[in-house]
Design a protein around this ligand. Structure first.
Ligand SMILES: [Zn+2]
Length: 133
């Protein structure tokens, strides 16, 4: 229990506070008990508010669209645009080079690539973030 005068912790058997000398009465014990209850209540309330604050919070959706990537790659695959969009820069550059050096025949690769993207064979972008359907 605590001293009603100064709040110092006193033993139950003590009749007077060791710090300020105030008389410890039974009412003081009840008051201390109520104060403890109040503190526990405010702690629970704080937890509840914190939980409420965290629940509506969602990380910003930075996922890239599978559909956008597939269409870009389908239409502009010779330029690796779909792969650039997903962050696969080295693949995109390779697709450009292959298309150039094969006089356009190699554009079959980015075309097939676009089908794979649209079919869901490419699961993530270059950062490993899953694509949005
Ligand atoms: Zn005291």
């Amino acid at each position: 229990m605590n001293c009603p005068n100064c709040g110092a912790e006193v033993r139950d058997v003590d009749r007077f506070c060791g710090r300020c000398g105030a008389e410890i009465r039974k009412e003081a014990g009840e008051a201390s008990y109520q104060q403890t209850n109040y503190q526990e209540g405010s702690q629970q309330q704080g937890t509840y508010q914190q939980t409420n604050y965290q629940q509506p919070y969602q990380p910003l959706d930075t996922r890239k669209s599978r559909l956008v990537a597939g269409i870009l790659q389908l239409v502009l695959g010779w330029g690796g645009v779909g792969r650039f969009y997903l962050g696969y820069n080295s693949i995109a550059i390779a697709q450009i080079l292959v298309t150039i050096f094969t006089c356009g025949i190699g554009a079959i690769w980015p075309f097939v690539d676009s089908i794979l993207i649209l079919a869901g064979q490419v699961q993530t972008d270059a950062d490993g973030v899953p694509l949005k359907d």
